[in-house]
Write a protein that binds this ligand. Sequence first.
Ligand code: DX5
Ligand code: ZN
Length: 237
Amino acid sequence: MSDRSGERAVSDAWGKPRRFRICPSILSADFSRLGEEITRVTSAGADFIHVDVMDGRFVPSITFGPILVRAMRRLTSLPLDVHLMVVEPMRFLEDFAAAGADCLTVHVEAVEDPVDAVRRIRARGLRAGLTVKPSTSVGRLLPALPECDIALVMTVEPGAGGQRFLEGSAERIATLRSAIDSGGFDCLLSVDGGIGPETAPIAARAGADTFVAGHSVFRAPDPGEALAALRRSIEGA
Ligand code: DX5
Ligand code: ZN
């Protein structure tokens, strides 16, 4: 499925086959102008909008929840990729589904049974993602990979935007790339944290096909141009 030469197409039901996807994280957006920020990255070719939900327990910070997802649903037709950094994430499945989320990603550290969590998310008609903190073995994702829509490798400690991409992430990405390819799974391999034009190529060469980016897009003087620069860096990887 992967030939490492950049010709691999991600084929799934999320849209047209693409070599890679870029997902701006609204955590770093200007919330006083959220509509404009989303319009900007949508016209610049964003593939998904990444929504970081934090509860002050699984991670120290608190961000937002289904109410914001519901508002964003009216601002964009792009898939809303909701990353749940919360304890007991399955409690909120129905709320996020009703709010218009397209994909829910949960942490293996926060659920009792990752395979069951993924199945329940899919049974509700949503895409399912699974992720691990940098200190957790990516091996914890393997039993659920056949039923995952996204395997997400955290390339920073979850909890805040604007951190540095962690050394050692490439090996974790490559481990999952080879598991996805050898199993023939229709699963995106996403990276999240410290992704910009310098680090995205490292992740791309290791096998990532989906790139979440907060600061490097929304804190740039021109988010549209920043997104284009990120895309060029991945194409050139
Ligand atoms: C971190 C979040 C990320 C964050 C990435 O806990 O999961 O999605 O927004 O932000 P940057 O790209 O600034 O590292
Ligand atoms: Zn995230």
